[in-house]
Design a protein around this ligand. Sequence first.
Ligand SMILES: Nc1ncnc2c1ncn2[C@@H]1O[C@H](COP(=O)(O)OP(=O)(O)OP(=O)(O)O)[C@@H](O)[C@H]1O
Length: 279
Amino acid sequence: MSSTTHQLGIRVSGLVHLYPIPEGDVVALRGVDLEIAAGEVVALLGPSGMGKSTLLRLIAGLFNPSAGRIFLGEKDISQYKSRELARLRGREVSLVLQGATNNLIGYGTVLENLVFAADTKASRARAQELLETLGLAPIAHRVVRTLSGGQQQMCALAVGMVHDPSVLLVDEPTSQLDHVSRDLVVELLMRINAEYHTTVVIVTHDPHIASAMPRTITIRDGRVGAEGRFGEEFAVVGQDGTLQLPPHLRHVLPPDSLVKVTQIERGLELRLVEEGDHE
Ligand SMILES: Nc1ncnc2c1ncn2[C@@H]1O[C@H](COP(=O)(O)OP(=O)(O)OP(=O)(O)O)[C@@H](O)[C@H]1O
């Protein structure tokens, strides 16, 4: 077994991203702050369109953010030029796109896909090792398009590991998989983390993946809305002191509510100010 020796954590601070479109800018991220330790496994959760994929792509170095900083280890990649980002993507960070086949050559075998993705002697040697370590040796000579969805996804994850990345980013790895394949994919992600100590960040809608993760980060309205530890959810106070209410409690304090905030022994008490309270 060879292991990643250059583990990297991720630190994101005040991250904002806008997509300019003719009708005006779409604000995808509006101030994300988060820290993921080297070697951690984290799932990014949240409703559709809330900015998860944008965050994953920015960490992957596909493009620069509109504002804010992204640190991989000590390096601030937020203003990297496109050539520096390309070097980063080829080595330290690996992004597995949604839809396994978007990462694979369908007419090639599993081994051919791994070897094709490998462009150095070290990564070619690693291709063979990955097949063994990740339990893909029995399907090494199968043509990718003849594999099940779960096997294709496992192959895509192995391809993502060919360059021995410090950070593996995975977009929706279990969408359209049955529960048996889904469990195998989750198991493989955990095995990758355990064997290679790779930092793993997974974007998912799948509550089963979320419940299998030691840590979840929920992105809501372009910010970190909540964090989960072993299935239990917590609201997160942002750098600017803002706190998003959990969705199931939002009706208690609807937008524009006046709230009295009082410090109590272990936290704060929030009390809705009703009309007539001051009379
Ligand atoms: N290339 C783009 N051009 C314009 N707007 C975009 C682009 N990509 C994403 N958006 C918009 O940015 C916002 C965040 O999108 P993003 O894909 O990051 O969310 P998401 O949480 O990953 O959603 P999903 O779970 O559906 O993939 C959405 O309003 C989306 O429509």
